[in-house]
Design a protein around this ligand. Structure first.
Ligand SMILES: [Fe+2]
Length: 248
């Protein structure tokens, strides 16, 4: 029996200059190292899920850099969503092509994977617009037995500085997720830290960044000494999942 295997890559923050750094971390080099590690351990995942802040500067060149890296190192599809730092026009023009896809959802076996846009122009925080919320509710499948939802901004409080820029309308979002039949898993980025919570019937998972890490539970942003990493998810037919975070 086939069970979908996904690799979540989050917050790569690539820049136009490949030697560019975010908090003294070269984001191009760390993404390349993370991708190489993921491909070595999991040569043929069903897909890579890139959960936003793909670019730090929103430039066309940063997306070209990402496209080249993905196309050079992977053969499986990548599905992307935008984060607060992304320029969606540049992302669509310079990243999306071939195996790199920007879709509302994709179905794999018993699972539907839904991709959401929480970007609010010019703001760090996220929000699902009414249109996006309606689209989300409309894309909940009655045929799929389980749902995996990909969103950039954390829909929960993490007890740290990142809470100031979390998803604003998280209550309405989580209530809609809670109403879905079957298993529901929400994966997010933005916080650059690992997170795991089972809240009622919803599994909430945060991923590390592929570049700089942020310490949890701090009032201001503090760089963590943890290595870059990624999350692996195996989704089973009956709705149970296996997941782990792997760091370099
Ligand atoms: Fe972000």
């Amino acid at each position: 029996m086939h069970c979908p295997l996904f690799i979540q890559l989050s917050d790569p923050h690539l820049l136009a200059a490949r030697q560019g750094c975010l908090q003294e971390v070269n984001t191009y080099d760390t993404l390349r190292a993370v991708l190489k590690d993921a491909v070595k351990r999991f040569p043929l995942p069903d897909a890579y899920l890139l959960t936003g802040d793909l670019s730090q500067d929103g430039t066309a060149q940063s997306y070209e850099n990402l496209k080249q890296l993905i196309n050079k190192l992977t053969v499986q599809p990548s599905f992307v969503i935008a984060g607060n730092h992304d320029d969606i026009d540049n992302m669509q023009r310079h990243l999306i092509s071939g195996n790199i896809r920007f879709e509302p959802f994709v179905d794999l076996d018993k699972w539907r994977v839904i991709f959401l846009n929480t970007q609010v122009a010019g703001e760090e925080y996220g929000c699902l617009s009414q249109k996006e919320m309606d689209r989300f509710k409309g894309n909940i499948s009655e045929k799929a037995q389980h749902h995996l939802i990909c969103i950039h901004h954390p829909p929960v409080l993490l007890d740290g500085f990142i809470d100031r820029s979390r998803l604003q309308n998280s209550e309405e979002f989580l209530s809609a997720v809670g109403n879905i039949e079957g298993q529901k898993v929400v994966i997010f980025g933005h916080a650059h830290q690992e997170y795991f919570e089972r809240r009622d019937s919803i599994l909430l998972l945060g991923a590390p960044s592929t570049c700089v890490q942020f310490k949890p539970h701090t009032a201001e942003c503090v760089k963590d000494t943890l290595s870059p990493g990624y999350r692996v998810l195996t989704l089973y037919d009956k709705g149970d999942i296996e997941t782990e975070v792997i760091r370099l």
